[in-house]
Design a protein around this ligand. Structure first.
Ligand code: ZN
Length: 174
């Protein structure tokens, strides 16, 4: 398994949960954590190529980050229109829920009600989670609703230290 997944994938249920949370939180930022798993990507293609004797493409070993669950956490930021901060008690509750349900944390999400889904200065400066201070990093999802609250733009980044690497977001499975 590579350190950084080749791409990210959302189930349609997870997409719908993120959509609802983002719209319901308006005009505030919604935030929370994502659960799911990593799995090998391009396994079939790589296998088929190997069978006919061609070298497998480099991506054959890269894996996919699949998000299957969404756990909202209360936004306790002083200015929730433009910031997010996990409410400490609600964050503990979310961690407990994940353990109870044997879910693995695979990322963090928040919304940008009035700006595009790119990391803000605050995102770069204040990523508050110890999970990215060691290990290979984590995924960071930014959701931007349009002005009418009808569509949601989603961008996924791989965060390690201070670097935000954009990840390809795979087509949502229906
Ligand atoms: Zn942000």
């Amino acid at each position: 398994m590579n350190d950084i997944p080749l791409k990210a994938e959302l189930t349609s249920e997870a997409y719908q949960a993120l959509f609802a949370l983002t719209m319901d939180a308006l005009p505030h930022e919604a935030c929370g954590v994502l659960t799911g798993h990593r799995q090998p990507g391009h396994g079939l293609a790589g296998h088929r190529l190997a069978e006919i004797g061609s070298p497998a493409p480099a991506q054959a070993a890269a894996d996919v980050l699949r998000v299957t669950g969404v756990l909202p956490v209360k936004n306790a930021a002083a200015r929730p229109e433009t910031q997010f901060a996990f409410d400490p008690h609600d964050w503990v509750r979310a961690v407990y829920d994940m353990q109870k349900n044997r879910q693995s944390l695979v990322g963090f999400f928040h919304s940008h009600p009035g700006s595009p889904p790119v990391p803000s200065k605050a995102d770069h400066a204040g990523f508050p989670f110890a999970a990215v201070e060691h290990g290979s990093g984590t995924s960071y999802w930014i959701l931007s609703p349009d002005a009418l609250g009808r569509t949601l733009a989603i961008r996924t980044y791989w965060v390690r230290g201070e670097s935000f690497l954009p990840l390809m977001l795979a087509q949502i499975r229906v």
